[in-house]
Every structure is written in structure tokens, then in C-alpha cells.
Design a protein around this ligand. Sequence first.
Ligand code: ATP
Ligand code: MG
Length: 299
Amino acid sequence: MSGFVDKPEPAEVPGLVHLHTGKVRDLYQNEAGELVMVASDRMSAFDWVLPTGIPDKGRILTALSLWWFDRIADLVPHHVISTDVPEGAPADWEGRTTVCRRLDMIPVEAVARGYLAGSGLVEYREGRTVCGVTLPEGLVDGSELPAPIFTPATKAEVGEHDENVTYEEVARQVGPDTAARLRQTSLAVYGRARDIARDRGIILADTKFEFGHDDQGHLVIGDEVLTPDSSRFWPVEQWEPGRPQPSYDKQFVRDWLTSPESGWDRASEQPPPPLPQHVVEATRAKYIEAYERLTGSAW
Ligand code: ATP
Ligand code: MG
């Protein structure tokens, strides 16, 4: 079992049509046909959208994503039009709203990795490859790869796991030209972001992008970019290959949910319980720390 513990109702805003409730973001279309993306404070872990939100998380992700879009715009066009809150929208939408070009999304999670962790590490341990890319022997949890690699995954519905696939599989699905551009662009953006993050004391271990085509067929980067929800960020001073790395994301939440204190059995059919205040606070602090370290601005 998985999915939403409590699925939220979309807001009723004059002139907006609700399109979709994602794990974190709610999508609407305005009268100009643009996409209005609203980032909530929802948190997902272990394929569940948890019953407890992290205050300001949606605003932090929105601000960080906008910060990054500015820094990669010369590499690939992005979907952002403005951050104007539509008239009549809830006051709470301030800072969470991105008005974007509505794209024909490519159903591929375009993942770039410079370090070994997560599903990459699992695959590597099984056969020394990740998504069909052969890696050298002797790498461990958290190792830096000889060069960044493109490790695509298929996009899953709410409650399903994304599945790693080979480049050839992506080429079959979306065509060789689009696949090549996905790989080239993902690696270019990853390289840029890794260098910027590294200068600010953060290792960008891996990250996931989503691309789409605009109405003229141009490849455009959409969704959110380079946030703690879509990336593994590690504080550089604590990086130590050979063990799981401390990271700026859901680690507190995952640790608590799998601890006896939560009383939750991940393998059961039961939805996860609400998070205690200390886990909420610690998680919020991590998101803020990532934002502040990267941007150099106080939250
Ligand atoms: P899904 O919505 O498929 O369940 P998710 O749970 O990750 O995935 P969110 O990240 O909460 O969803 O919501 C963002 C949704 O908006 C994603 O489905 C993403 O593909 C889609 N999206 C992002 N940017 C655009 C865009 N410019 N045009 C159309 N869709 C977009
Ligand atoms: Mg998403």
C-alpha cells in the first residue's frame, strides 16, 4: 500500500482549472493556457505522502528552484514565466507559485549522477553497472564516479517506484534524438550545478530533471530543479565514502519512520503515522540550511 495518507482538495480559484494533484505540487491551468504550479509543504517518504507537512518547504523548494533556473538558463530554456499569484488565490500561495509554460512532458526521469548512492549503489552492487553503464571495480557507498553518468528512470504513478532503465530503452521510448538531447543536457546542467554547489560546500551527488517539449517542439526543462527533493546534497566536510552520507533531505523523516519510536511497519498495509514536532523542526532546518548554503542568502 502507498499513496496519499490524506489527499488534499484542490483550491477553487476563479479562472483556474485544476489539472493534477502531485505528491508535492498542485497543477492548475489559467485562462491564458499557462500552467500554475503550486508547491505545497507536503512531504513524501517510502512512496507515501505523509500526513504531516514541513512548514515552508514548498516556499523553500520554489525559491531554490528559481535560483537555479537563472543559473542554467544559458544551457537549456526553462519553463518559468513568472511567480505572480493569480487573483483570488489563497494568500498562502505567495512564494509557492510558479506560472510556467505548459509542456508536453517526456515520461523519463532524467537522472545525472556524479557519486554512487541510492538505487545506483544497489544496481552497482548487483553487477557493476548502473542503467547499463559499466563502472570501475572497488567503488563504495558515496564514491565519486570517474565521470558523471546519465541514469534515466521511468516515471511512476503516485505510490509506485520509479524504475531505472538503460539509455537504449529511453531511446526506444522517446526516439534516439530526444534521448541524446536528454542525456547531453542533463549532464551539462549537472556539471554546472555540481561546480556551483561544490564552491558552496555542498556535494551534488545526483539529481533528477524533467523535460518536455514546448509547442514549437523545443526541449525545455520543467518541474523543479536541483532541490533537496530532487537531488542528493551532501555537506562536503562530512563526505566519507564507505558509509551512507549525511544529507540535506528527508533523512530525519526516514530514520524516524523506520525507528521503533514511530511504531510503523514499512512492510505493513498501514499508512505512516503523523511526524512528531522534533522531526518536523529538524527537517525544516535542513531544508533551510541547504537553501542558505547554496544561495548565500538568509531564508
Ligand atoms: P506525478 O504528478 O506524476 O504524480 P509527482 O508526484 O512527482 O509526479 P509533483 O512533483 O508533485 O508530482 O508535481 C509536479 C508535476 O508537474 C509532475 O507530474 C511534473 O511532471 C509536472 N510538470 C512539471 N512541469 C511541467 C510543465 N511545464 N508542463 C507540464 N507538466 C509539468
Ligand atoms: Mg515530482
